[in-house]
Ligand binder design. Sequence first.
Ligand code: NIG
Ligand code: FE
Length: 411
Amino acid sequence: MPTLITNIKELLQIRDGSLSRVSGTEMKTLPTLKNAFLLIDDGLIKDFGKMEDLYEIQVNEVINAQGKMVLPTWCDSHTHIVYAGNREGEFVDRINGLTYEEIAAKGGGILNSAKKLQQTSEDDLYKQSAKRLDEVIKLGTGAVEIKSGYGLTTEAELKILRVIKKLADNYPITIKATFLGAHAFPSEFNNNKEDYVDLIINTMLPKIAAENLAEFIDVFCEKGYFSVAETEKIIVAAKTYGLIPKIHVNQFNSIGGIQLGVKYNALSVDHLEVMTTEDIETLKNSTTMPVALPSCSYFLGIPYAPARAIIDSGLPLAIATDYNPGSTPSGNMNFVISTACIKMKMTPEEAINAATINAAYAMNISDTHGSITKGKKANLMITKEIPSYGFLPYAFGSNLIDTVFIDGKQI
Ligand code: NIG
Ligand code: FE
């Protein structure tokens, strides 16, 4: 039986089903309908329109959204939420003056998380991760991409990917899995890095493909991590198993990761804190979505991705949380939207587009998610009473999400 939402103060992000992403000046527009209704049936958006055009219909529930906005749930296209424990100690080390790179160089960072995860059982890892997922769904996230990458051994990488699969089986939201075995070199491979790349290619990838545990391939392409040549080797091998690249590039240095991503039709290139004009040029005429991670910049105190330069050059932009224990221990998309506006000078319309339709594109789900479109999933949020949608980024730190619907069901 259908559910009807009535008296919606403003229904946001109404799009044609054929639209998969918005770019450049298009991002400044957020199509809306004031004083609207929305009809949910069979988990999907069945219809919507102006209240004055509402017709007689049999429903089993009517929700009055007087004074409230309705919008599609956020898509979080870049997270690492399957991790063990935390890195609060390193947080304090950074407060006391060490840099992220200095901490990593002395065995902290990703290797610290990998050690913890290797010692954590699959059940316990599932429980810790499920708690994080529960939290972000309540904050309005209706689809999430999750990466491996805190295992760094065949066994531990498979453990993470199996946990991701279990989360996907047990939770109603859409979950996409990414294999990020190339997140850091384990210290035992310090003097023979090629061997770790070979382990990824010859052992991990075939097992992951055999169990169908990932749809995307990711590599941390960065000085001190994986070079462009190593990244290329891994991407090429992963493509033979049908994995689509979505890669970490340009977090601290511009070393050619964007050129590589575009060359191999990466679905997205993520981070982008350090961008050259050539990087921006390369992204033009590509199908690759640039993805910025504002709360990572906030937490680490590193530069923000130059959103204005990216959007003003005509490119699309998506935003995501990067939820992980080291650089972003938060999965709050509402904070990401505020930070995108406050620190990256994106308008509320641009930020909402970046976190819905463009974010859906960055995880290959824009045919079902990311907009108010008839036939798309009824993954929706009702806000609290707010004067305008600009209040979502403006009132940073407040939780303005009242109700979340996944597949038409209230969470
Ligand atoms: O996306 N930059 C690479 N990976 C993660 C952080 C890794 C960590 O510090 O645990 C990121 O920021
Ligand atoms: Fe990341």
